[in-house]
Design a protein around this ligand. Structure first.
Ligand SMILES: Nc1ncnc2c1ncn2[C@@H]1O[C@H](COP(=O)(O)OP(=O)(O)OP(=O)(O)O)[C@@H](O)[C@H]1O
Length: 297
């Protein structure tokens, strides 16, 4: 039977003696695409010529030194900052969960976790409870935001971002104020959320050696895209080494083996198929995309 790669029709009933044909998967479009993105403020380009895309189920991590334009790029992609150049394409009606880089809660504000979760939307009890459980903080429901530890605070923000079952999760430095062990478990939680929700994730991080184990595509930014690709290919690129030094590159190499197993939330380690290194993340023309405001939570 001749099959078109674009077809999404159900397969015919299998002929006797022939193996059943699996239904063809529909073409999966990117959730979010930036093409030639540039943001200019105060007479200078903060970022320029940025191409990136996030597909469903993919973790894309933006790394780069302080002031390299990571948050600016994220804000431009989400429509929070207006780009001066290039194009942002978001899947129509895209549901986004966003944890911004800066979110300070005044110590005098009597804001508890439950109210924080419901601050900007109606959230049914079931969804609120599920989100807090998924991020491991159901016991903090009545706690005051201002009294949470760094790790607890970040978990609540994550719960708030996933409560609406987003298709895309955007996390701008989600492990701020978290100790080393807490960072590792937060990144494992993020990878676990990706597996459970099947959402795409755009992550901004400084924690190269930890985050790399969970990342599909790394984009190394320094006002422009210096290099991009799988963690392994980026670690070997001269641009990356010159930005982060050989020590940073060496730290990535240490984590190559992590791709052969996964950590479950109950502590078990299970084998996963070896990923044979992602291809470079070249933006390609995408049909069915509309430039419109996303539904950012
Ligand atoms: N609205 C603005 N007007 C002028 N300059 C800005 C504006 N927003 C950001 N910048 C500058 O743009 C540069 C990039 O900032 P951005 O916050 O995107 O960097 P970053 O890579 O996220 O940094 P960090 O790792 O320190 O969080 C910085 O020099 C910052 O001061």
């Amino acid at each position: 039977m001749r099959r078109s790669s674009l077809s999404t029709r159900a397969p015919r009933a299998p002929a006797r003696g022939r193996p059943e044909e699996l239904p063809l998967r529909p073409i999966v479009d990117a959730l979010l695409t930036g093409r030639g993105l540039g943001v200019r403020r105060g007479g200078r380009w903060l970022v320029r010529h940025v191409d990136l895309r996030v597909a469903p189920g993919e973790i894309v991590t933006l790394i780069g030194p302080n002031g390299s334009g990571k948050s600016t790029t994220v804000k431009a992609l989400l429509g929070i900052e207006r780009p001066d150049e290039g194009q942002v394409l978001r899947r129509a009606g895209l549901n986004v969960g966003y944890v911004p880089q800066k979110l300070a809660v005044d110590a005098t504000l009597p804001l508890d976790v439950e109210r924080m979760m419901r601050l900007t939307r109606r959230l049914p009890e079931r969804d609120l409870r599920a989100a807090l459980e998924e991020t491991g903080v159901p016991h903090l429901r009545k706690a005051r935001m201002a009294e949470l530890s760094g790790g607890e605070f970040q978990r609540v923000l994550l719960a708030r971002a996933i409560a609406g079952r987003p298709e895309l999760l955007v996390l701008d430095e989600p492990v701020q104020g978290v100790d080393h062990a807490g960072e590792i478990s937060l990144y494992e939680l993020i990878a676990d959320i990706r597996r459970r929700l099947g959402c795409g994730i755009l992550l901004v991080s400084h924690d190269l050696h930890i985050v790399m184990a969970q990342t599909d595509t790394v984009i190394c930014l320094n006002g422009h895209v210096c290099c991009q690709g799988s963690p392994q290919s980026v670690a070997q690129s001269p641009e990356y080494v010159s930005l982060f030094g050989a020590r940073g590159a060496g730290a990535l190499a240490l984590y190559r083996h992590d791709h052969d197993h996964a950590h479950l939330s109950d502590g078990r380690v299970v084998p996963v198929p070896h990923e044979a290194g992602c291809a470079h993340h070249a933006p390609a023309p995408l049909p069915h995309l509309h430039a419109e405001e996303p539904h950012v939570r």
